[in-house]
Design a protein around this ligand. Sequence first.
Ligand code: FAD
Length: 495
Amino acid sequence: MALHRPTMMQRLRAEGTWDVCIVGGGATGLGIALEAAASGLKTALVEAHDFAHGTSSRSTKLVHGGVRYLEQGKISLVAEALRERDRLMHNAGGHVDDFGFLIPVKRRWAQFYYGVGLRLYDLLAGSHRWGRTEWVGRKEIIRRLPHLKEVGVIGAWKYRDGRFNDADLALGIARTAARCGATLINHCQVEGFLKTKGVIRGVALRDTLTDDAFSLNSRVVINACGPYSDTLCRLDDAGHEDRLRPSQGIHLVFDADTLQGGDALLIPKTDDGRVLFAVPWLGKVLVGTTDTAMDTIQAEPRALEEEIEFALDHANRFLGLDLKHEDIRSVFAGLRPLIQGRRDSTAKLSRSHEVEASPSGLVNVRGGKWTTYRKMAEDAVRFLSRSGALSFEPANTTGLQLNMSHGERGLHPTDSSDLKAAIDRAVREDMAVTVEDFLARRYRTLFLDARAAMEAAPEVARLMATALEQDPEWADHQAEQFRKTAAHYLPNNTP
Ligand SMILES: Cc1cc2nc3c(=O)[nH]c(=O)nc-3n(C[C@H](O)[C@H](O)[C@H](O)COP(=O)(O)OP(=O)(O)OC[C@H]3O[C@@H](n4cnc5c(N)ncnc54)[C@H](O)[C@@H]3O)c2cc1C
């Protein structure tokens, strides 16, 4: 079943009562939709913006166990993530790369310390291990990465982890969920709940493209809103107390020649305990990330000037790079849905997940990370069965193959030999209905080069208007809307 919006909308509105309605179309919600549909449940998913519009398109692009969580003693979390890393590698048909990560080391004690940690990492992966961690001596590491000479390294540890295209994987999961019978729709926001005697029996929705309000009935409603989870809970219970403490992370994007050697780089701990990555990705290099606690959350989080300075300064100091403001091609920010601790700093808050139901029956799935989306979904769907909310036999999805895209997606769309064909396909099969859907998540142009995305927008808008049977005013409006969004992906916000 293709992700064709008019067809999906028709199905969404025609069904009497759904077994499960999932709110939120990021990694968490899409994973649950797949798990529920594979288990034979009548499944609907509604997403306020676009699939993976939230945190799930703004990650560091790592499918990983999380080396740094070992230091916090989170052994079972890391072991679980390493298992899921391997499953994803097998299930996503070549869309997760087994990639080399280098940890540059300046002192002997650090060589020993990280060496022990990485051996443990290998050990925890067990039969799911992707090669052995190795030590690369000073001479060799400086030959490969001359800029490390500036920071006085004595060598580097090289270990293996995964790299992926997050928005592309999200669409792959959405396609697979549709194949298993789920109905999924983007640009459709939950604005309230239908209740009988205080128990949730459905949701009130608004199609944000047409402003059409309607409702649907469902035996169970699942909150998979990621960092917006508490906001949805407040629609259910105005007195709800926040369970999450969102933390913002940003990435800066540079041209590929910024980093030589082909491997990614990791600084496990900067001065203030944050982690810093430099990851080659889709012909560019991502540098990030920060960890800034946020009091308010917005749909389009913006990088703070101090976060940009932090990432630039630390990449230059710790990696010996010479990055400048004017070299930044794009800046993107995302919000981690961290579960609230007591007095922990956000860098230390849990990356594990939880599933629980509110007194009204709303099932909340919180926390987690991209790598463990399948495990989160499994836990959520088993919770429905165990709690007696629905009677069914949960499926085993550990080896379920995902419907991934074919071909190169991600670069400048005008590099595509046939932009019109790419747009037609994105509209017909992948539910792209705005210029941003296409330029940010079907193609990753906005994330890779914000200025190039702005330049491409009028032509993309014109072709999308034809594919969607819209008029030239629609195209102009879309191009203008996109220009405003893309401005936030430019450093200093200067279009
Ligand atoms: C900077 C950063 C880097 C990261 N890097 C990695 C990494 O490298 N590897 C890794 O494994 N994990 C990583 N993570 C974690 C991972 O990205 C997140 O845990 C995951 O994407 C969260 O997915 P989610 O579906 O819970 O939330 P989201 O992706 O935010 O999805 C929630 C969705 O709910 C929708 N929604 C909200 N309200 C409503 C409503 N009322 N009606 C309908 N829809 C609604 C939103 O539009 C949104 O699309 C990173 C996180 C951050 C912030």
